[in-house]
Design a binder for this molecule. Structure first.
Ligand code: FEO
Ligand code: CA
Ligand code: CA
Ligand code: CA
Length: 656
């Protein structure tokens, strides 16, 4: 979700948190002080001569492309010697029978056959599955949210709720969710294979299964589903991950915006309390007008059937997606998978709100590499835990298990269903480390290290103010933190036998974002970072086949640049030395860079182009107001979120 959208939709949930759990938290977390050595390092980095006499970027970085200049534009920008292609735009045909895109007549039936809106998670899966094809594959894409007044002509942010037609609402409900479709490279150009056997759209009406500890719980039963095990639709599909057996995990991140009505009248207020809801900003699609289940008073349990991790089998278009409740219920950003040396699968997840937590799920059983079907329900059994960072450079994973520690029946956690339905409240009791809005989480396949992006947290307080959970800590060392940072987590076992399931890891700050030339930013990058290479607001993280780390930002970006994509080495002399690779059109973020196995092609999702006005970076309120109409640039027509492809004209590896 764009940071702007998030701010509108979800005010700081910390308010309720502080009132309800502040006392518990204050007694549960030891008093920390920011590491003196760490501060010295930060100050040292800032004090270093900008592009000083230390080695130059050209001397130490493995990246040789000509770095872009910071730019803020209606168009996108990429390096010299590269070509950019638009592969799929909102409304493009995914099937042989898809109707042509026309926002003036778009309805639900048409949208179900087209590429959806606001593509976020993106993954290139070679075909056949398990092969290393770099010219043929499946694109797995999530469509996080929709902004009706930027999609249909004649609407504004103020009047769209009244003016939306039923057909338009149905179109919106079909334009979010996920797309799976075949792509192929022919004569150097990528194209959608419109009759691909796996092509599929998933949306707010797709039938799904609820599985795991909360499935069948009374609080998940509705009039349409007395079993509590069947759900229609998925909402707010943010980032995700891929399991070792080739299924897609999609994080539902904050579905409450879609519901209408007064949530203060809902039963189970103990579950409502930690949602961070804002009454003014719900019902953003008008879905309750079409389907009563999206009105709180009609179906008081429907909302709890969202904000899970959904598993989708891209190789079986008839398979129902499954919401895996064992992985907890919160504002799921992504779900990055790794395999422990004993074969158990580990899923790393961030809860993207200020002062929320980093989570991990470890399966009970090892995965089966030779029988794909044997892994079908692997994610239903295992241990959910969350991260507590210590100031000595160690961190521990604290298990969230009903009946263990403070998770007692008296505290409201008699069963694992209680824990997974109210994960944030259970997490509060364990005294884990509240983070600065954790988003991207990536496992480096060559080193076994993990990188985590904290986007920002303006409400983080300096030491001595507020309660301890709100104050700076070693892993979130700046208060306020308007620029974000990246942490590096190191499991024991080394690169070849990294034990992602171990109880204890080591950790370090990888970069502190901001402008290294501005002392008060307190930024920490490699001293040779150029005036174009530093960034703020890191969101999605990827590692390419060469082992370089790619960071996509989700602003508001600093003055003079739109959100952008940066790339850097993680090891060697060029460690933490980012270079500016791609700049998105104004108002958009670039999400989920994903690579062909040969590293020669990168696919990038461009989400919410034009969401800001060009004049002043304020929220655009209509198509006419939008900062860009990228990529079509047709007068009076909407900007279109799109999936782009970048490759080098000399066919060498991207980024090198
Ligand atoms: Fe969907 Fe947290 O971005
Ligand atoms: Ca974001
Ligand atoms: Ca994100
Ligand atoms: Ca931001």
């Amino acid at each position: 979700m764009s940071d702007r959208q998030k701010t509108r939709a979800r005010p700081n949930p910390r308010r309720a948190f502080a009132e309800t759990y502040g006392t518990v938290l204050a007694s549960g977390i030891e008093r920390r002080s920011v590491l003196k050595g760490f501060l010295a390092l930060t100050a040292g980095a800032v004090a270093m001569p900008y592009l000083g006499r230390t080695a130059s970027a050209a001397e130490v970085s493995t990246l040789t492309f000509a770095e872009l200049t910071r730019v803020r534009d209606r168009e996108d920008h990429w390096p010299t010697g590269y070509s950019r292609q638009i592969l799929a735009r909102w409304g493009d045909s995914l099937f042989a029978d898809s109707p042509a895109f026309d926002p003036a007549t778009l309805d639900g039936k048409a949208a179900e056959r087209q590429f959806g809106y606001n593509n976020d998670f993106t993954f290139f899966m070679p075909l056949p599955q398990g092969s290393a094809s770099s010219e043929h594959g499946l694109m797995l894409v999530s469509h996080e949210y929709a902004t009706p007044f930027l999609m249909f002509p004649g609407l504004t942010a103020d009047d769209y709720r009244e003016k939306l037609t039923d057909d338009q609402i149905r179109a919106v409900m079909a334009s979010v969710g996920l797309s799976v479709f075949e792509v192929k490279k022919t004569n150097g150009q990528w194209e959608i294979v419109r009759d691909g056997q796996y092509n599929r759209r998933i949306h707010m009406g797709t039938e799904m299964v609820l599985s795991g500890p909360a499935a069948g719980d009374d609080r998940l039963k509705t009039k349409a589903d007395p079993t509590g095990k069947t759900v229609f639709g998925t909402i707010s599909n943010c980032n995700g991950g891929i399991t070792p057996w080739g299924t897609l995990l999609s994080g539902e991140e904050g579905s409450m915006d879609v519901f209408a009505g007064d949530f203060t009248t809902l039963p189970n207020q103990e579950l409502v309390e930690r949602q961070g809801w804002d009454e003014e900003d719900n019902d953003i699609y008008g879905a309750g007008r079409i389907e009563p289940r999206f009105r709180f008073e009609e179906e008081p349990n429907e909302w709890m059937r969202f904000d899970w991790v959904v598993e989708i089998d891209p190789l079986d278009p008839t398979a129902k997606p499954v919401k895996r409740t064992a992985l907890g219920r919160f504002t799921h950003e992504g779900a990055q998978c790794a395999v422990a040396p004993d074969g158990r699968v580990v899923v790393f997840m961030g809860d993207d709100d200020d002062f929320e937590y980093l989570y991990r799920f470890v399966t009970r059983d090892p995965w089966n590499p030779t029988d794909r079907a044997a892994n079908r329900d692997l994610l239903d059994n295992g241990t959910l835990s969350l991260a507590k960072f210590e100031s000595d450079g160690t961190m521990r994973w604290l298990p969230l298990v009903a009946g263990e520690g403070p998770l007692t029946a008296e505290a409201g956690f008699a069963t694992q269903a209680d824990v997974t339905l109210n994960t944030r409240a259970a997490a509060d009791l364990l005294g884990a480390t509240p983070m600065d809005a954790p988003e991207g989480f990536v496992v480096h396949p060559k080193t076994g290290k993990l990188y985590v992006a904290m986007t920002e947290n303006e409400d983080r307080l300096p030491t001595g103010e507020g309660d301890e959970g709100e104050q700076v800590n070693a892993a979130n060392p700046r208060g306020p933190n308007p620029h974000g940072h990246l942490l590096e987590l190191v499991p024991p076992g080394g690169p070849d036998k990294a034990d992602f399931a171990a109880d204890s890891f080591k950790w370090d700050v990888f970069v502190l974002c901001g402008n290294p030339a501005v002392a008060e930013d307190g930024a920490m990058f490699h001293p040779a970072t150029s005036a174009n290479g530093w960034f703020t607001d890191p969101d999605n993280l990827s590692v390419d086949p060469s082992g370089r780390l790619w960071v996509a930002t989700d602003g508001p970006p600093p003055e003079g640049i739109a959100d952008a994509l940066f790339v850097m080495d993680t090891e060697g002399e060029g460690r933490a030395l980012p270079k500016l690779f791609y700049v998105a059109p104004i108002g958009s973020e670039c999400c989920s860079p994903t690579f062909t196995p040969d590293g020669k092609t990168v696919f990038i999702s461009i989400q919410h182009p034009g969401e800001l006005r060009f004049e002043d970076d304020e929220d655009a309120a209509s198509i006419a107001d939008a900062g860009t109409s990228w990529p079509d640039f047709k007068q009076g027509q909407p900007a279109r979120p799109a999936l782009i492809v970048l490759s080098r004209d000399d066919s060498a590896v991207v980024g090198s």
